[in-house]
Design a protein around this ligand. Structure first.
Ligand code: MN
Ligand code: MN
Length: 387
């Protein structure tokens, strides 16, 4: 299964709620307002299985500057997150996340609020400047040099997602740091200017600077002013027509929709109150999540009787190791919005409904030691989201 499928969307929801709760033997019987107990999830109390929630929204920013702030989650403060690091960042109008690059991770980002301008150079010398607003995504392959500016009137808030748990946004290759650690004679020779040019340059990393908010980019650009890269670094995710299911929607951006995003896939999922993002796993990728709105509950199944359930609110981070079964429920009164990022450019999943539907009913009857009739009304294919 490498594609979303709408098979099975019509019908089967009621049967799913009843029949699969029994089949799953997991936490489906719990009420929406009470997290399941260890006994309900089948997890021995002593099972060494961690929480997969990190409260990124409520921790203190580790980097604060007049132009903005950033706070980070990675494997250091959230050990389950072996394959991802995330950063929540805010830039004021004129706040500049300075020119930099990353040596050990690609950067996938989603604009949560406001507007920003990204400027990026690729190894072919192609450069691109894009103004992005809430709901937009950017992707910088590992090593592409870039900067981010907060635009007026309100600046911007965004999340950065890096495909390496050992990564730190606060140990990146910044242009001020590099130049401050290069003899001015070398800089003068390199740039063909007097040594005195560098007298007032920063003596250490600027990280986020603050200046006048940038003006509008000229349009159309001056003739001869562009050296456009072959693949754009920006994608309008919220502008995408969503796939609609009973109980929710999904917008997906993999390499297929966004060709430069060769190593990461993102998705924006909405669930109505009570809706379920069905039980599934990803054969080819770990999953990093940022809960954007509403109240969700996710259970991660880790084999050998291990399962972990957490409740997620706004700006909480979730994580699902590759191959672990999981599902998400909206347990609040408002729409649940979850941003997902997977560390593969190809989206793959196997869902419980799809898997069961692909097996003969006598085989299922044997597997669960129940009559074949038990499976008469289960969905005939993938459900994805059900109300
Ligand atoms: Mn960056
Ligand atoms: Mn998933």
């Amino acid at each position: 299964m490498t594609e979303f499928s709408r098979r099975g969307v019509i019908g089967g929801s009621a049967a799913l709620a009843g029949g699969l709760a029994m089949l799953a033997g997991q936490a489906s019987a719990q009420t929406a307002s009470e997290p399941p107990t260890a006994a309900q999830t089948g997890a021995p109390a002593s099972a060494p299985f961690p929480s997969f929630r990190f409260p990124l929204g409520s921790i203190t920013a580790q980097k604060q500057y007049p132009g903005g702030w950033g706070k980070e989650v990675n494997a250091e403060n959230f050990p389950p997150s072996e394959s991802f690091a995330g950063v929540l960042m805010e830039l004021k109008p004129g706040g500049l996340r300075e020119l930099h690059w990353h040596a050990n991770a690609a950067e996938w980002a989603y604009v949560i609020d406001g507007a920003c301008r990204i400027t990026v150079i690729d190894p072919g010398g192609g450069s691109e400047t894009l103004d992005l607003t809430a709901g937009d995504v950017w992707f910088f392959p590992r090593g592409h040099g870039h900067s981010i500016e907060g635009l007026g009137p309100s600046g911007t808030t965004f999340v950065l997602v890096f495909d390496n748990g050992a990564f730190s946004e606060f140990a990146t290759f910044s242009i001020t740091d590099w130049l401050a650690h290069t003899p001015v004679e070398v800089l003068a020779k390199n740039l063909g200017v007097p040594v005195s040019t560098f007298a007032a340059f920063p003596k250490k990393e600027a990280y986020i600077s603050l200046g006048a908010p940038p003006g509008a980019t000229p349009w159309p650009p001056a003739p001869g002013s562009l050296d456009t890269p072959p693949l754009t670094h920006g994608y309008h995710l919220l502008g995408q027509q969503p796939r609609r299911y009973p109980g929710g929607t999904v917008r997906l951006v993999s390499q297929k929709e966004f060709p430069i995003s060769a190593s990461m896939t993102g998705a924006l999922i909405t669930l109505e109150p009570g809706a379920l993002r069905e039980m599934h796993w990803h054969p080819n990728a770990d999953e990093w999540q940022l809960y954007l709105a509403g109240t969700g509950q996710m259970t991660v199944f880790g084999s050998a009787g291990r399962a972990s359930t957490d409740r997620f609110g706004k700006l909480d981070v979730g994580y699902v190791p590759r191959g672990c079964g999981h599902y998400i429920e909206n347990v609040g009164d408002d729409e649940l919005q979850v941003l997902l990022v997977l560390n593969s450019g190809t989206y793959e999943e196997i869902s419980l409904t799809q898997w069961l539907a692909s097996n003969p009913k006598p085989l299922l009857a044997n597997n669960f030691s129940v009559p074949e009739a038990t499976f008469e009304s289960i969905p005939e294919g993938e459900v994805f989201i059900t109300g």
